[in-house]
Design a protein around this ligand. Structure first.
Ligand SMILES: NC(=O)c1ccc[n+]([C@@H]2O[C@H](COP(=O)([O-])OP(=O)(O)OC[C@H]3O[C@@H](n4cnc5c(N)ncnc54)[C@H](OP(=O)(O)O)[C@@H]3O)[C@@H](O)[C@H]2O)c1
Length: 331
């Protein structure tokens, strides 16, 4: 039963930006479903977050074959959401998925072979109950498969009508250039790159952003909040239930938070002086780069999502503020 009517004014406050030199516009803030939408998570909480996002102009929802846990379950959750709430709005939504990480046993269950990539996309479409995804990504560069083969699989996905656009994630500047050139020759230009980027993780400033400019690719940056570190989540210690306490989520540990906490506190003071939450300053900070099309956030509750969207109220920085951030980050 569909009883969801999105807010009529949902397109009033969200800025949309063209992805590179393509025709596709993405919201300045997109919602990722890496965590909080898995089989282990309460369905109604994820549903409330997704609905609120769409109500606030977030048209882009990012998934991957392995999101959950368990792997595949975030796509199943999204399939339920499509059926229950979003089916009438499919043409207003940009839905992405990816293949690259471990999904099933044997030699065809991960990396970048044509065999794996296309089988995985079929599985993702089935789980989500979709005929096509808007963006299909190679989730990671595969050093043991010819890049022509992985990019050829992306091109085939588009020709089969199973994806509208293609992207790559976490490719080095050099591999990005090669991938973009191969895809252009195949007639399926690369829409977008999805790298990590936040105040604690700035690798894309060392060459990747220049390649994106040169090749005309958009950029959607993941973990702009450093998985919650660049918020007030950890200011008073490490709360039970936060991502840093979940042992299966190995990418953020209490040690890591502890290592950064002095800088987090100073950044928080600076954000408050700007009249913003730290999370909002962190999102504005990634969006300051002209190459960045969208900040891809996660949220475990509706208030977290709403706070992130509040970043849009102040996206500009004075030179003094930017310098002060650099000084804190260097400490
Ligand atoms: N391509 C790739 O390889 C790759 C890798 C990673 C992520 N991604 C994509 O990027 C998306 C976002 O990644 P991410 O979840 O790491 O992003 P993030 O926005 O840096 O972190 C989100 C987490 O921070 C905490 N948080 C968010 N807002 C908060 C607030 N206002 N106050 C306090 N805590 C807050 C929540 O964690 P708690 O659980 O502690 O509440 C939330 O789940 C993923 O869903 C996925 O789509 C892609």
């Amino acid at each position: 039963m569909n009883n969801y009517s999105p807010l009529e004014n949902r397109y009033q406050s969200m800025p949309y930006k063209r992805s590179g030199r393509s025709g596709l516009q993405l919201p300045a803030i997109s919602l990722g479903m890496w965590y909080n939408f898995g089989g282990v998570d309460p369905f109604e909480n994820g549903r409330a977050i997704a609905r609120r996002a769409f109500d606030m102009g977030v048209t882009h929802f990012d998934l991957a074959n392995n999101y959950g846990p368990p792997p595949g379950s975030a796509e199943e959750t999204f399939g339920r959401l499509m059926k229950l709430d979003f089916a009438p709005f499919r043409d207003e939504m940009i839905i992405s998925s990816k293949a690259g990480y471990d999904m099933w046993p044997g030699p065809y269950g991960e990396w970048g072979s044509r065999k794996y990539m296309l089988a995985s996309l079929d599985q993702s479409l089935k789980r989500m109950g979709l005929e096509y995804v808007d963006i299909f990504y190679s989730h990671r560069f595969d050093p043991n498969t010819p890049l022509e083969e992985t990019m050829g699989a992306l091109d085939t996905a588009v020709r089969q009508g199973k994806a509208l656009y293609v992207g790559i994630s976490s490719y080095s500047p050099e591999d990005t250039r090669r991938a973009a050139e191969i895809l252009r020759q195949l007639g399926t230009p690369c829409l977008i790159h999805q790298p990590s980027y936040n105040m604690f993780d700035r690798w894309i400033e060392n060459g990747l952003l220049d390649v994106l400019d040169e090749q005309g690719l958009g950029c959607i940056v993941f973990s702009p909040l450093a998985q919650g570190q660049l918020t007030d989540r950890y200011l008073g210690g490490i709360p039970v239930g936060s991502r840093a306490t979940k042992t299966e989520r190995v990418w953020l540990t209490p040690d890591k938070v502890q290592h950064n906490i002095t800088r987090i506190r100073k950044l928080n003071d600076l954000a408050l002086r700007r009249g913003q939450k730290l999370s909002q300053m962190a999102i504005a900070w990634v969006l300051r780069k002209p190459q960045v099309t969208s900040a891809l956030v996660g949220a475990s509750s509706v208030p977290q999502l709403e706070q992130s969207l509040g970043a849009l109220e102040n996206l500009s920085f004075s030179q003094e503020e930017l310098d002060a951030i650099e000084t804190i980050l260097k400490e």
